[in-house]
Design a protein around this ligand. Structure first.
Ligand code: PGA
Length: 257
């Protein structure tokens, strides 16, 4: 983390878990832990149908509500899709784009993720754009090259003043939902590399202002060590964000003086 230059953001990713009717109890349990997050922003990205209920439940919690995907198109004949304008209209703050599960099950490419990132920015949503290598790619020794390509493609055509609003999440695919966390050094190395790529594209001032999260089996125990890395400015948290106490521990780790 480096609070002098950029925000620390802890974002939960509930994926396709929980019911709208469970939100109120969850928010009540989390509330005592987040009423004054001095140093970090907290968000929870829920399934689209849960956004209105999440906004009501988290109203007094200082928890921003996020979506997990959006359409690259502005409006029209796209059955089943949800637009950035629709998300913004109900009060959504964040939107995850290019999560590895979208890449894997819905064939999303870096080009599509670039278009979605632009759609989010056009509607004043904060995109959380995900990058990350598979285990095979790591073992082949091509992690940094692959991440460079992903970051460059996803950010293609995004001007500097908009770049400050983009959050990048580094999520090694082999660490997602597996209980296998990248070591703090492995995660830190890639996040430092991502900032270097942004620096080349946008210059030092923009690069140091961008929030870069780590995601992949982050939990209450390992969060502190991961967040101690200078270029890890928060977390995108799956499994651990479903349990108020555990999620609160991560927020606490990000909120140390
Ligand atoms: P995990 O998921 O924390 O359960 O590994 C992270 C994510 O997929 O965003």
């Amino acid at each position: 983390m480096n609070r002098k230059y950029r925000k620390t953001v802890i974002a939960g990713n509930w994926k396709m878990n929980k019911l709208p009717s469970e939100l109120k109890a969850f928010a009540a349990e989390l509330k005592p832990f987040v009423h004054k997050p001095k140093w970090c922003d907290v968000g929870i990205c829920v399934p689209g149908v849960m956004i209105p209920a999440a906004l009501r439940a988290f109203k007094d919690n200082k928890v921003g509500v996020g979506a997990q995907d959006l359409s690259a198109a502005a409006s029209g004949a796209y059955t089943g899709e949800v637009s950035g304008a629709q998300l913004a209209d109900v009060g959504t703050k964040y939107v995850i784009v290019g999560h590895s599960e979208r890449r894997q099950y819905h064939g999303e490419t870096d080009e599509m993720i670039n278009a979605k990132t632009k759609a989010a920015l056009a509607n004043k949503l904060i995109p959380i754009a995900c990058v990350g290598e598979t285990l095979e790619q790591r073992e082949m020794g091509i992690t940094l090259e692959l991440i460079t390509l992903q970051v460059k493609t996803i950010l293609s055509g995004i001007p500097a003043e908009q770049m400050r609003k983009v959050i990048i999440a580094y999520e090694p695919v082999w660490a997602i939902g597996t209980g296998k966390t990248a070591t703090a050094e492995q995660a830190g190395e890639v996040c430092t590399h991502i900032r270097a790529v942004i620096r080349k594209l946008y210059g030092a001032r923009v690069a140091r202002s961008v929030t870069i999260q780590y995601g992949g089996s982050m939990n209450g125990k390992n969060a502190m060590e991961l967040l101690a890395q200078p270029d890890i400015d928060g977390g995108l948290v799956g499994g651990a964000s479903l349990k108020p106490e555990e999620f609160a521990q991560i927020i606490h780790a990000a909120n140390q003086d």
